[in-house]
Design a protein around this ligand. Sequence first.
Ligand code: FE2
Length: 395
Amino acid sequence: MNVSFRSTYDFLAPSRISFGWGRRREAGSLARSLGHRAFLIHGSEALERLGIVEEIAESLRKEGIETVRLGTIDHEPLVEDVDRMSALLRESGGTPGDFLLALGGGSAIDLAKASAAMATNRRSLTVKDYLEGVGSGLQVEADPLPLLAMPTTAGTGSEATKNAVISSRRPPFKKSIRSDRMVPRAVIVDPELSVSVPPEVTAATGMDAITQLVESYISLRASPIPQAIALQGLALAAPSIVRAYRSGSDRDAREKMSHAALLSGLALANSGLGMAHGVAAALGIHANVPHGLACAVMLPVALRVNLEVREAEIGLLGEVLCGRRFGSSAEGATAALEKVEELCAAVGIPRRLRDLGVRREQLPAIVESSRGSSMSGNPRQLSDAELGAILESML
Ligand SMILES: [Fe+2]
């Protein structure tokens, strides 16, 4: 198959990635090179209740690393969350030997990434000034505090990316602070941490990872290393997501989904995304739809929209997703679409926007808020009228 190849590229990734079942217990030895005082931001309080926070603090203590609990987060981070965390860090941290430890899903990791950057970039006290599209154009010029990211869900891939997505309710927006300097220094992916994630979160985060692998593969900015990575991620995720959804303690499925999610982060950080992520941001702003769920609902539509301009690529994705060869790109592309729809149905993803609480009168604002970095990578350029009509047909 004649897929595209970009002959000039850069590739950014964390300096060290440690992957494996139970490896959270090595946090202390793996963090030694980062410093001697860890500022911890973590997600759901279940991590506390299950003793995971204490287990990691103990592993750090054994290596002489002090843990300072900075805060927790149970929602996608808002401007005020970052401003509060970075104010705390500026007051009590930022001396040599300090680093951040993010333990949780994409929300905790994004909050930590933005706070680590704001702790050392002090030209404004609010992260809003650093956000793409809505800020005052400030850039991350100083290296953030070092960050160790430990994802507990298999989805966003934020542990491997160079941006943090930050929202605001008034005015409503969802934008990124982004810099090559913001890629976490070290990552520990322990798939065992995802065992307690409930089925509906497993479904949404897993479909987010699959959407990231697909969209980065066909993106206008698609680059060769991420494209190679995406194929392995999809080959592992396609047969695993339903098993992880149905049986949370299935070790093999959890390992493959955690690995696929990590790969999706490496891929999107270097290739960009597309219309599913563009619209997902807008659905988050205007209808409060969780990120992964919004991506999952939009993925089949994004494939259909881009089919004509990326038939060879989507045809190859069809072979990888289905694990077999097809006679032509067209056949493979149709199989890709059918497979994605089958996976969405099997993990309980709704098909219609109204199932997510979206109302017709919200569509113009959703179209307007869909424009951003993700949408600019979509292979087929869509006018506002075209995008509006697509969303209307999905109501
Ligand atoms: Fe995503």
